[in-house]
Ligand binder design. Structure first.
Ligand SMILES: Cc1cc2nc3c(=O)[nH]c(=O)nc-3n(C[C@H](O)[C@H](O)[C@H](O)COP(=O)(O)OP(=O)(O)OC[C@H]3O[C@@H](n4cnc5c(N)ncnc54)[C@H](O)[C@@H]3O)c2cc1C
Length: 487
């Protein structure tokens, strides 16, 4: 694997980004992919570790990382690509977006810096596109089975791709105007330029997947109709319902959910029409983002690019440790403070702060009343936030963005139409590794083949697991497709 002893010879090269003062002038990708020479050096660092935790423990898709690295090290790029695509249909998404749980589980990371697995994955897929290895490959034969996939985020795309390649006729129904789910409307261009998504969708169309946009299942067409026309349905509707902050003043204008804000910018970015009431812009405003996670960071980078006067990001939890705490030892995903590229571009972060109320003038928000809090874990696992006396403070704002995660699926209509059973709240919180955003509450219940309690109805992605990651959504979409194929 790689060069024997290469890890002793070469250091890990961290990701390279365009300079912050330059990149905030546009929405183009901030990361500069490694040059071929750098990839080669980084490949040399992969050990012959024997038990590759990156593959078996870290990667939700179970990418065979050591073998991939070995093929790429030998410059057998086409073979590396074939092997990568065998487990991950969309490495161009994960290669740009994945937090790389695999790197946290890399054996080299026990006492050295991990191999740059994500960058290598990106190099393999982009070389594949550049060399023309990725050509439309429709299935040689079609079988007489029709599948409806509802939702076109990474889970829906992965389910559709897997089923199509197996010869099924697949129609993907998407309520938005364009395909991609959060990849399209949530994640900003500076993390994923949308041509990357369009390139993949075009390929899938040429391979025979049919996409129907602007169709809300449960409203424009009923689940009953789908069940009568298709052999199986795969629900991939995402996590949906954002968590609200029900404090006094919440109804004031100028307080928005993060995803509405990000969707507005993403629509503008690709020239999609945005209604006046949906056009949310931070230009010249003092912005407060409530929620210290990745979605909040995406809002921060967007607000800076739009020309916000100032941006403050508030998190109710205490500041995480800088180094891996004993509670999350290797190979687990370390519970440490993470600074995204957006945090390097400006704004101020505060931890341990709770918002008590919003105030305003003429119906518009003009400020927040906050207090510092101490968090204490209760015996039942819940965290209680206790205000510190005398730490109350006010912030003046023109815009507030709520980035507090998600509470439940927004599929009541479909779930009710189909009488789908749901998980009890927070039942999927005990993942062995990797970042989780929020406690899911009542996702759609499914067995190990992603089959719900309704025959012929499968579910995948955030709708099944609660808010998670692109790589997990892809893995779950594949799992649902296999459930359909074998069921
Ligand atoms: C702002 C933001 C940034 C993120 N950044 C990252 C990141 O950098 N890396 C990472 O790994 N993960 C990230 N995530 C998480 C990741 O994007 C999600 O876990 C993933 O997109 C879930 O995929 P999905 O296919 O289950 O759902 P989604 O991507 O949410 O797609 C669901 C789709 O279903 C459609 N739909 C819903 N109801 C209907 C209906 N009734 N009829 C038709 N269509 C319907 C929706 O319009 C949507 O297009 C981020 C999430 C957010 C919100």
């Amino acid at each position: 694997m790689g060069k024997t002893g290469g890890f002793l010879e070469y250091n890990r090269q961290e990701s390279v980004y365009r300079p912050a003062d330059e990149r905030i002038k546009d929405f183009k990708a901030v990361e500069i992919p490694f040059m071929e020479d750098n990839v080669h050096v980084q490949l040399a660092r992969c050990l012959e570790c024997g038990t590759p935790f990156c593959h078996s423990y870290g990667c939700p898709l179970a990418n065979v990382i050591p073998e991939l690295n070995d093929l790429a090290w030998q410059e057998r790029w086409a073979e590396a690509l074939t092997l990568l695509l065998a487990t991950n249909p969309f490495p161009e998404f994960t290669g740009r977006l994945c937090p790389a749980i695999c790197e946290a589980a890399c054996v080299l990371a026990i006492n050295d810096d991990a191999v740059t697995i994500r960058q290598i994955e990106l190099a393999i897929i982009e070389k594949g596109f550049a060399k023309g290895y990725l050509q439309p490959a429709p299935p040689p034969e079609r079988i007489a089975k029709r599948i409806a996939v509802v939702g076109s985020g990474p889970a829906g795309l992965a389910a559709a791709d897997t089923l199509n390649k197996a010869g099924y006729s697949v129609v993907v129904y998407e309520r938005a105007a364009k395909i991609g789910g959060i990849l399209r409307y949530g994640i900003p261009d500076f993390k994923l330029e949308k041509w990357v998504l369009d390139r993949r969708i075009q390929l899938m169309e040429k391979e025979g997947v049919r996409f129907e946009t602007g169709v809300t299942v449960g409203k424009d067409i009923s689940c009953k109709y789908l069940r009568s026309r298709f052999d199986a349905i795969c629900l991939c509707g995402g996590a949906g319902e954002p968590r609200d902050l029900k404090v006094p003043g919440r109804d004031l204008a100028g307080i928005h959910f993060a995803l509405d804000y990000l969707a507005s910018q993403n629509r503008k970015g690709t020239g999609e029409p945005v209604a006046v009431e949906d056009n949310i812009d931070a230009k010249g405003k003092r912005v407060v983002i409530i929620g210290g996670g990745d979605t909040g960071a995406d809002c921060l980078g967007t607000a800076i690019r739009q020309g916000a006067q100032s941006v403050l990001q508030l998190e109710i939890l205490p500041e995480p440790a800088q180094v891996r705490p004993a509670t999350t030892p290797w190979p687990m995903w370390p519970a440490i403070r993470r600074d995204s590229t957006s945090h390097k571009e400006g704004g101020v972060r505060r931890w341990g702060v709770s918002t008590m109320k919003f105030h305003g003038q003429n119906g518009r928000v003009t400020g927040l009343n906050c207090v510092e809090v101490e968090s204490r874990r209760q015996s039942d696992g819940r965290v209680e936030f206790i205000p510190r006396q005398g730490t109350e403070f006010e912030v003046e704002v023109e815009m507030v963005l709520l980035a507090l995660g998600y509470v439940a699926i927004s599929w009541d209509r479909i779930a009710d139409d189909l009488h789908l059973e749901r998980d009890p709240p927070s039942s999927r919180l005990s993942e062995r590794s990797g970042p989780r955003r929020a406690g899911p509450q009542g996702n759609v219940k499914a067995d190990e083949n992603n089959l719900t309690d309704v025959p012929g109805v499968f579910v995948a992605g955030d709708m099944r697991s609660g808010p998670s990651l692109v790589a997990r959504a892809i893995a779950d979409g594949i799992s649902a497709a296999r459930g359909i194929i074998t069921g």
